[in-house]
Design a protein around this ligand. Structure first.
Ligand SMILES: O=C(O)C(=O)Cc1ccccc1
Length: 326
């Protein structure tokens, strides 16, 4: 891995929506791009230093969180999200030339693509059996293999255009024409992306065991500091039945006083809370901030308490005295 040109892993092979997301990263077009066969492999390459960063899907507007990614970043060696990318998604149904829609019995694709084409499938090939694939492009390319055991695949229009061995049986088969998937660029902990004023923070918060109201306490750390949540999902830790963590996206940057204070509160309640990064929002939308939760309000509140604690007559760090002038 050379220091000058970055190496990026992505959920491959070529032609996945994840590759389209990676190509939105300014230097990715010229960078070395390495396809991974699954999200875990891509993230392990980041952890062991074989790549600088990996692009993986995290959430889509129809199915919600991509659990493979939520689980993979929640455990193992620490990782940091340094960027998010939004990709509008449209799907096509492809098959080998000569195969007709009426011939299709088994269809392969990524689970999130299948979930987003359910209505179309029910209306057009109701008896089709689903064959889970590692990615949309992997399923499409699988059709070209000699021993392929399915008849059609759901993938991005680009894959079909670039593969002469595939023909398009149907276009725009997604149930929601406005479907968008969110992808994250993940690196090892290092430099924190600068605060832009329109940022997002991702956290993993283990639910404290057997404590009534624990979830409410967690939520209150955000609510009482004016921090809005844009995603919250519970996931089983896999350790034992009933053991859960929360995967959370919150509006703001750890450099914002209200977010830093909320994180400190979370750490008191759930010390194994994991910080997964603060990074610019893809939509550049700044969250509205009430005056009483702005940085200045936290700073003046801290100064007020410090003044109470300071021995009488001792000047504050900025030289002013805590006691009001007569
Ligand atoms: O399989 C792909 O092409 C991916 O990049 C994962 C995915 C699948 C469905 C919608 C968005 C992303």
């Amino acid at each position: 891995m050379s220091a000058s040109s970055p190496t990026y892993a992505f959920l491959g092979p070529q032609g996945t929506f994840t590759e389209a997301a990676l190509l939105q990263v300014p230097d990715a077009g010229q960078a070395t791009r390495v396809p991974a066969s699954n999200v875990n492999a891509a993230l392990d390459w980041v952890r062991d230093g074989s790549v600088h960063a990996a692009m993986v899907p995290i959430e889509n507007s129809v199915e919600g969180g991509v659990t493979a990614t939520l689980d993979a970043i929640a455990g193992g060696g620490e990782l940091r999200i340094i960027r998010e990318v939004l990709v509008p998604i449209s799907f096509v149904l492809v098959a080998r030339p000569g195969v007709r829609l009426a011939d299709v019995r088994r269809v392969s694709t990524h689970g999130h693509a299948w979930a987003q084409c359910r209505l179309w499938m029910d209306a057009n090939i109701p008896s089709a059996e689903y064959v889970p694939g590692p990615s949309t492009a992997a399923s499409a390319l699988g059709l070209l293999e000699e021993d392929c055991h399915y008849d059609a695949a759901i993938c991005a229009p680009l894959v079909a255009r670039e593969q002469p061995g595939l023909s398009v049986l149907a276009e725009d088969i997604g149930d929601n024409p406005d479907a968008v998937t969110r992808f994250i660029l993940v690196s090892r902990p290092g430099v924190l992306p600068a605060r832009t004023g329109a940022d997002k923070t991702t956290l993993v918060v283990p639910l404290p065991e057997d404590r009534p109201g624990a979830l409410m306490e967690i939520l209150d750390q955000f609510a009482s500091r004016g921090v809005n949540l844009s995603r919250i999902e519970s996931r089983p830790t896999g350790q034992y039945l009933g053991d859960y963590f929360f995967s959370i996206d919150a509006d703001g940057h750890v450099g914002d006083e209200r977010m830093a204070d909320a994180l400190a509160g979370l750490h008191r309640i759930s010390p194994a809370t994991r910080f997964l990064g603060s990074y610019p929002r893809a939509d550049l939308q700044a969250a509205p901030v009430e005056p009483h939760t702005a940085d200045q309000a936290f700073q003046s509140a801290r100064a007020w308490v410090a003044g109470i604690l300071r021995p009488a007559g001792e000047p504050a760090e900025n030289g002013s005295s805590a006691s009001p002038k007569a």
